[in-house]
Design a protein around this ligand. Structure first.
Ligand SMILES: Cc1cc2nc3c(=O)[nH]c(=O)nc-3n(C[C@H](O)[C@H](O)[C@H](O)COP(=O)(O)OP(=O)(O)OC[C@H]3O[C@@H](n4cnc5c(N)ncnc54)[C@H](O)[C@@H]3O)c2cc1C
Length: 467
């Protein structure tokens, strides 16, 4: 008992020495703030939200039609929210993984996989075309089994998903953790990126082709009439023919969308750079992103300067669906994450941490983005990526632009685009339901994946909770 509390005190000391800020955003070359929008302005397309979804929407709209005037307004700074503070796993999956996609959209799963692969290729092409230095490395990603019962699941996915199975020996030769029992390596489906630099680079690309970006410009309301949409902002009014809403986990300007999303907080640590000897003790020469296979899973990767980014496991929902900066820090979760990192890589026991942070994830009950229009089809939205939106946000942007065009396209005809997730109930039921689900998922991890009655009832209702 005394040993456990001494260990916890030591872990807490180590993580609290880290800077309470996202590693990716903490750079001397971060761009200067852009001026807010003041007074009245008119444009063809207004984009609200300067994360990946909004930035891609602005870029793709202007690329497709250079004559169209496009204005992007961001309430704070470009990329400050989820887009600049995530794990940097840029995944081809549009459906929060193959298993979720196959189960929810069986008839069009093949199409969604193709569109996802094309989407990731298009991101890579845009990064090259605009010279965005976002440390893009198409390393692929590995799912590891750390419990015996997970090995069979990985083996099954090998044939279905075209991934490479690694037995314990092969897995440990790739990345050396005594806890690894097997792995599957998806070699083409994921790239590792520096997400803040991608957001900043996309914003620069937008401006290069004529998009106007205003920061510190929160939109406070939307109204529409026969001529278009009026976006009220803190210091002015933006008149637009069409609006793309890309506000993620934040309260939607379209009120009826609010029940579909709960903001779930996910937490991340970054270590000090590994010495060549420390890195050598782990291997990891192919630098893949890694995630383990439990319900409460960790995701981890190397940064360009060979730190380990280590995140996930706890997924915290705060009563009342609020997004607050105070929630970005959670010492108990950081200490737990540090303990798990040292258990995975005992070679690194005691390595220090440089950064710690958290962020809100726009979680919906089907785990992947949903789309639609409001204000008589003049406003489109894409949200609900549930923790896998770095790559899928470009697809979400394309869907919004197709919906705003008014013409049917391959994307607007998809079942994934036409359907909606089941909304979450109001408080206090949402809070109680999320807590019951978290408890049940943790229990399932301890009981060889066995899902209790609550989880099976949610599965049957198509409802879920994830980060
Ligand atoms: C800790 C963490 C780790 C993650 N790891 C991964 C990962 O490794 N891989 C992955 O694929 N996904 C990951 N995700 C999820 C991924 O980051 C998101 O899905 C993606 O960034 C969503 O982009 P977005 O543009 O929709 O939202 P955001 O980046 O949240 O952008 C929304 C923007 O809208 C602005 N806004 C909101 N309301 C208004 C308003 N009224 N007026 C003006 N502006 C407004 C906000 O200020 C914000 O900048 C992670 C998320 C977190 C938090």
């Amino acid at each position: 008992m005394r040993e456990a509390s001494a260990r916890l005190a030591e872990l807490t000391r180590l993580v609290m020495a880290a800077k309470p800020a996202p590693f990716w955003l903490d750079r001397p070359d971060a761009p200067a703030a852009r001026a807010p929008l003041r007074g009245d302005l008119a444009c063809d397309l207004a984009v609200i939200g300067g994360g990946f979804t909004g930035l891609w929407a602005a870029l793709l709209a202007k690329e497709a039609n250079p004559g169209r005037s496009v204005v992007l307004i961001e309430g704070s700074r470009v990329g400050w929210a989820a887009s600049g503070r995530n794990g940097g796993f840029c995944d081809a999956s549009l459906t929060h993984g193959a298993a979720n996609g196959r189960e929810r959209f069986p008839a069009e799963f093949g199409t969604l996989q193709r569109l996802g692969a094309e989407n990731l290729d298009a991101i890579e092409a845009a990064v090259g075309r605009y010279g965005i230095d976002c440390e893009f490395e198409r390393t692929g990603s590995i799912s590891v089994a750390t419990e015996e019962y997970q090995v069979a699941g990985l083996r099954e996915s090998t044939a279905a998903d075209g991934v490479t199975f690694l037995d314990a020996e092969a897995m440990q030769a790739e990345v050396n953790s005594p806890g690894y029992l097997a792995g599957t390596w998806d070699k083409a489906g994921t790239a590792m990126i520096q997400p803040a630099r991608l957001a900043w680079g996309l914003a620069a690309a937008c401006e290069q082709i004529g998009v106007r970006i205003a920061e510190r410009t929160p939109a406070t309301g939307l109204a529409s009439d026969a001529d278009g949409v009026t976006v009220r902002t803190r210091h002015g009014v933006l008149r637009a023919r069409r609006v793309a809403l890309a506000t993620s986990a934040f309260p939607s300007l379209v009120r009826r969308l609010r029940p579909y999303i709960v903001p779930v907080y996910d937490y991340v640590l970054v270590t000090e750079p590994l010495s060549p000897a420390q890195l050598g003790s782990i291997g990891w020469r192919n630098r893949q992103g890694i995630a383990d296979s439990g319900n409460q899973f960790h995701y981890y990767r190397l940064t360009a300067d060979n730190r380990i980014l280590w995140g996930g496991y706890d997924a915290i929902y705060h009563f009342g669906r609020e997004v607050r900066r105070a929630y970005d820090q959670r010492p108990a979760t950081f200490a737990r994450l540090a303990g798990h990192l040292y258990a995975t890589f005992p070679q690194l026991d005691g390595i220090g941490f440089s950064h710690r942070w958290g962020g809100a994830i726009d979680t919906c009950s089907r785990f992947c983005a949903f789309f639609g229009t409001a204000h008589r089809d003049r406003v489109a939205y894409a949200l609900g990526y549930t923790g896998l939106g770095v790559g899928a946000s470009r697809f979400g942007a394309r869907v919004m632009l197709d919906l705003l065009s008014g013409a049917p396209t391959e994307l607007t005809q998809l079942e994934m685009v036409r359907g909606k997730p089941v909304p979450f109930p109001p408080e206090p039921l949402a809070y109680l339901g999320v807590q019951a689900t978290r408890w049940s998922l943790a229990q399932a991890d301890r009981r060889a994946g066995h899902r209790n009655l609550w989880l099976r009832a949610l599965d049957a209702a198509g409802l879920g909770f994830d980060s």
